[in-house]
Design a protein around this ligand. Structure first.
Ligand code: GAR
Length: 217
């Protein structure tokens, strides 16, 4: 049985999708704890109501990133996780923290990386005029929003889209690809070769979602 530790900062809808898939699909895994860096993270209530342990390590109570990351790592390591899942965890991590969990820490980012790292990804996509946008699940490295990509989803950018409509379309695909990627890890099917992640046995490491222009006309 693999142990998962999930880190959140807010709503936690990706955490929810992973918790539900783990239980509904009978993964050989359990979510040991959901940890938030904010006491008011809404997702904590969902975790608690599903009998999952919760914890808060409030970043505002630490003088610097090093001390916060050390306290967070101490809390995480108490659960001896096989995989650390960042699910809307909005903190820049120190190199020491990233190294500690190298090869066993995943993140979801709302863009087709390496395009649009950082914040306001949907606005960045609209400003750039791209016609495909999406989300990426990747192994975390010390470069922010960068690292070997496990799985990506692509959605169309429609005329009239706003950051909010685009975020909604992308988020719906995050809820598909993130549980899928975590399940692949749990099943021991992922291998890293430099920046390339291979899946054995193979299946598509991408998802095209949403209708195409003119469809149904
Ligand atoms: C998600 O869209 C996730 O991709 C994004 O925050 C949102 C969290 O939603 N993460 C990042 O931007 C990380 N760089 P959730 O709390 O409902 O899962």
């Amino acid at each position: 049985m693999k142990k998962l530790v999930i880190l959140i900062s807010g709503r936690g809808s990706n955490m929810e999708a992973i918790v539900r898939a783990c239980s509904d699909e009978g993964w050989p895994a359990q979510v040991a704890v959901v940890i938030a860096n904010r006491p008011d993270a809404a997702g904590l209530a969902f975790a608690a109501s599903h009998g999952i342990a919760t914890a808060v390590v409030d970043h505002r109570q630490f003088q610097d990133r090093e001390r916060f990351d050390a306290a967070l790592a101490a809390r995480i390591d108490g659960f001896e996780p096989d995989l650390l899942v960042l699910a809307g965890f909005m903190r820049v991590l120190t190199a020491g923290f990233v190294d500690r969990y190298a090869g066993r820490m995943l993140n979801v980012h709302p863009s087709l990386l390496p395009s649009f790292p950082g914040l306001k990804t949907h606005q960045q996509a609209l400003d750039a005029g791209v016609r495909l946008h999406g989300a990426s699940v990747h192994f975390v490295t010390s470069q922010l929003d960068h690292g070997p990509i496990v799985l990506q989803s692509a959605v169309p950018v429609e005329n009239g889209d706003t950051p909010a409509t685009l975020a909604e379309r992308v988020l719906a695909t995050e809820h598909i690809i993130y549980p899928r990627a975590v399940r692949w890890f749990v099943e021991g099917r992922l291998a890293l070769d430099g920046l390339r992640v291979t899946l054995t046995p193979p299946e598509p490491q991408w998802l095209f979602a949403g209708h195409t222009a003119g469809e149904g006309a």
